[in-house]
Design a protein around this ligand. Structure first.
Ligand code: RM4
Ligand code: MN
Length: 391
């Protein structure tokens, strides 16, 4: 394929790719040391959606917003979905939260007490009701369940309890709804996390059925883990349901995706593109899961979307024919060079051109800054309590 044709093919694919935004990225967040407030931060889910819609307005590829329950509880979820629609966006995945209620100190779906497990299962059923009211098709489950000390509880009994609880939640889904199960290797539990890795998550979702898949949060692995290998394995099994994109330098840092290691993001997107999983019907949801503790939130989300888009663009520019020929003939350095050529390409002109073709400003950040929206919300949103993750 000629390079010019490849560019056009890349642009066509990029027009189709969508990136889902986390509602919580627009609220205040922080570390265990301090949560810094920022002027203009949303005070309710309606305002979060308004801010998220700005990201879509300037990037053109972020039309869905994921909610977190109970952080985003409202009385009228149909009204919230209509508000989203009026803003040109949709409600995406619904995240459950079984990590902030006092009852869940020793776990939720794995808790030794059947009463607490039932409470955690009921919370997920409430999330399914939110999905019905908002038109969301995906339930996202992340469990903080785990142990701090050897001997604290039975490792195997906890897996059995999780399997049983998940089966009950899965059975509560409608036929056109899906479940995704996220894993994380540590924190808040320090000795064992009950769903620590992709293997454990995969075993659980395979036991549930075809509508259950794995979520890969890029910040949830031990340092040095080869994430693109996991991506390749999950794709082979048809079980990669979603990404939670973010960057980490140390642990679960939740920094902007592509900030810490843009090359890793490219390698991940290369696996995705190689498998055709960037196509909208692939079933892989490209989500962001980030917290903007010190940087302004809307521009940070815009930057993150652009980072995913640029990594995808580079992956789409890989000269597949030459790469395959080099791989098959054992040309180690030749094959590597093909990949690096794509990675080293400056794709910023390509995505700027794409935006112009889509009727957007070629520079989303500058366009957002010029719009005066940040000043407007800072002036308007006075009084009330700013949204935050309340840790
Ligand atoms: C967890 C996990 C979940 C996210 C929460 C806020 O570490 O990544 O996806 O919902 O944080
Ligand atoms: Mn996550």
């Amino acid at each position: 394929m000629a390079a010019s044709v490849r560019t056009e093919v890349a642009k066509a694919a990029l027009r189709q790719q969508t990136i889902e935004l986390p509602s919580w990225a627009f609220g205040n967040s922080g570390t265990r040391f301090k949560v810094f407030g920022q002027p203009g931060v949303p005070r309710d889910p309606f305002e979060k959606l308004s801010d998220a819609a700005q990201v879509h307005r300037y990037t053109g590829v972020a039309p869905r917003v994921s909610l977190h329950i109970p952080w985003d509880l409202v009385d009228d979820f149909s009204g919230l979905a209509r508000h989203a629609e009026d803003l040109g966006v949709q409600i995406g995945m619904i995240n459950s939260n079984v990590f902030q209620d006092d009852d869940f100190m020793l776990g939720s779906l794995a808790h030794p007490d059947p009463r607490v497990r039932a409470k955690a299962v009921d919370h997920h059923k409430q999330c399914v009701d939110v999905m019905r009211a908002t038109g969301s098709k995906d339930l996202k489950v992340w469990l903080s369940d785990g142990l701090n000390y050897p001997g604290q509880d039975s490792i195997r009994a906890r897996q059995d309890r999780i399997a049983e609880s998940l089966a009950e939640i899965y059975a509560a889904l409608d036929d056109d709804q899906h479940m995704v199960l996220e894993y994380k290797f540590f924190e808040p539990a320090f000795y064992i996390t009950d769903v620590p890795d992709w293997g454990t998550s995969l075993l659980h979702v395979m036991a549930l059925g075809d509508r259950a898949k794995v979520v890969l949060d890029t910040g949830h692995h031990a340092p040095g883990t080869n994430i693109e290998f996991i991506v390749a394995q999950l794709l082979r099994q048809g079980r990669l349901g979603a990404f939670d994109f973010n960057s980490r330098f140390y642990a679960d840092d939740d920094l902007m995706v592509g900030a810490a290691d843009p090359f890793q993001l490219f390698r991940i997107m290369h696996e995705i593109v190689s498998a055709g999983a960037h196509a909208p019907d692939s079933g892989v949801n490209f989500m962001l899961d980030q917290c903007h503790n010190i940087e302004p939130k809307i521009p940070a989300q815009i930057r993150s979307v652009m980072n995913v888009q640029e990594a995808t663009a580079k992956a789409l520019l890989v000269d597949v024919e030459t790469l395959t020929a080099a791989q098959l003939s054992g040309d180690v350095l030749g094959a590597h060079a093909v990949l690096m050529d794509a990675y080293d390409t400056d794709v910023r002109p390509l995505v700027a051109e794409l935006r112009e073709e889509m009727g957007l400003d070629p520079n989303p950040t500058a366009a957002f800054t010029a719009s005066g929206y940040a000043e407007k919300i800072a002036a308007e949103r006075v009084g009330g309590a700013q949204a935050g993750w309340g840790a």
